[in-house]
Design a protein around this ligand. Sequence first.
Ligand code: OGA
Ligand code: ZN
Length: 393
Amino acid sequence: MRALLKATPNLIAYKNSTDQYMTTASLRGGDRVLHVAWPDGTSADFPFLWLRDNCPSGFHPQTRERQFDLTSIPLELSVTNAALENGNIVLTWDDGDHISRYDPEWLYDHRPGFGLSDPAGVEPVLWRGDLPPNDLPRASALDLMSSDDALLAFLVESKKTGLSIVDGMVDDKNAGMAIAQRIGFLRETNFGTTFEVMSKPNPNNLAYTSHALPLHTDLANQELPPGFQFLHCLANEAEGGGSTFCDGFAIAADLKTTDPDAFRLLAETPVPFRFHDDDYDIRRHHMVIDLDAFGNLHELHFNAHLAGIFDLPADRMEAYYRAYRKIMQMTRSEKYVMTTRLEGGEMVIFDNRRVLHGRAAFDPNTGFRHLRGCYVDRGEFDSRIRVLSRSKG
Ligand code: OGA
Ligand code: ZN
């Protein structure tokens, strides 16, 4: 028979290491929670099932992966006793003799409703066409290659703006890749692990011509378009070939206030994107403005040259075109577009799912232009920020 909860709340109080403040924990059986109050005035309720699911004994000691099987306990599982032992909160469960021990600081860090703090959870700082290119985050290749602190600071700044510059790159076509690999493994695509942006015979991509490229995000036709893009400028000696960038999050945020109907259509209507050549036919529907599960701006998919043939119902087509044309016009507006020119020895890094990039046409008869590109996905980028932040305490 299941033991009854104690009628009176089971109160634990103990002093922290400075012997000054008290953390308290009490069982609230009616609500099926453990209530914990910390010395800084914070308090939180921890549901019994959550506590059991996250009992430290349920995790593999080396891999830190959960081995506990949630189906092995009843939904009505209860705590019969709470006590203090060596600074830990110790719970006794009513389904046998299982005991769980929790570090109050660990509980603090995982309060329900708040989530674990994240060094990579860097808020985007939106920018518009009036941001001078010289104000972009900038670092030297040597610093990034030799100093973890410099790399961490630069990655965090790059996440804020979604766009940054590395200078002092050696004239070696692998130099950009070496920096990208300091961050994480490279994202391979149908264009390779790295790709050469230059005017080529028989191009399978408009980037491999000398034509202008309107602002776009790369590979919107992919199931998951690449995250951060690295374009190392090895030579930019032709006439033309200047670069353009705009912050897609700023455009989306402004559209939401100035034309909410257009914003909603772009955020709710999947449209097709497609790349096809002799070897591949890669297709995917995406929203142009993609919101995450919390309703925050997550990513943009905007690429007029890879946009497929719109396939929404005829009676919704014109309204969609109005919205799509509106955001397209914003990507042409001085209000949003930053114009700059990459020099040999510079590398631009940008979040390809936030910042749109483009270039002016160039004349290949007047000089050589060669950028070498690669991608590192957002997940690896964020992971590097977290791992480099560990030593910061
Ligand atoms: C690309 C691209 C920009 C440039 O390769 O996807 O947009 O400056 N290149 O050539
Ligand atoms: Zn591109």
